[in-house]
Design a protein around this ligand. Structure first.
Ligand code: SF4
Length: 213
């Protein structure tokens, strides 16, 4: 673990900046093909940030990320490995995403994958969140989220490891997770199961997670 990543409080004024940021994010309508409203986990000041992919159709109705089945699985992983249940997760970890709006359904069924232009447009919100929070630990959930930080061909190559990264002058640890939706069977595979367990153990042992436990 890099010395720069020792847990510490975010800079002063962070809460006010984050409240303004989330308020502006919720009004965003930059992508014409996306279905508003944007979904946010709220202005939770934290040194830990999760990055999901994009909300499904249920999340805008509940007004929070990971509000449906993928959330149940994700929160179970955190409860079992780190003792962090859903309420603690939502109140202690800043929940970001690659895209904050529901992309809609594909003609063939299933959720549309956000277009590269939409990912690029929405990444401005993520960059600003990094600036405001200066997280010590980022947990991208799913390949699309991992790909915002590093090249990823196969989940086997990145899950179960800690990466020390820098983006926009901000240093942080990255511990990738597979997506927790039923549409991502990798986590049940012979290769995926132990790597997921290893990733969750690395998360549970990370100093920034220990700060919130
Ligand atoms: S996906 Fe992101 S950039 Fe696009 S409209 Fe929604 S919040 Fe705005």
């Amino acid at each position: 673990m890099s010395n720069k990543l020792k847990p510490s409080l975010p800079p002063g004024g962070t809460k006010e900046k984050l409240v303004r940021h989330v308020s502006a994010l919720l009004k965003c309508r930059r992508c014409p093909e996306m279905i508003p409203p944007p979904v946010s986990g709220g202005p939770v000041v934290s040194r830990v940030m999760s990055v999901g992919q994009a909300p499904g159709d249920k999340e805008p109705k509940f007004g929070r990320p990971f509000a449906w089945t993928a959330g149940k699985t994700l929160f179970r992983w955190f409860k079992e490995a780190a003792g962090i249940d859903e309420a603690k997760f939502r109140s202690s970890i800043y929940m970001a995403a690659v895209c904050r709006c529901f992309p809609g359904k594909k003609a063939s069924g299933g959720d549309r994958v956000p277009a590269p232009e939409e990912v690029k447009t929405c990444s401005a919100w993520l960059d600003r969140e990094l600036e405001i929070l200066r997280p010590a630990l980022i947990i991208p959930i799913g390949k699309l989220a991992i790909a915002q930080f590093m090249e990823v061909e196969k989940l086997d190559e990145v899950v179960g490891k800690v990466f020390h990264l820098n983006r926009g002058g901000i240093s942080f640890d990255l511990i990738p997770l597979p997506h927790s939706s039923g549409a991502s069977p990798w986590r049940y595979s012979a290769a995926g199961k132990p790597l997921l367990a290893k990733a969750m153990s690395l998360i549970a042992d990370h100093p920034a997670i220990k700060e919130i436990k």
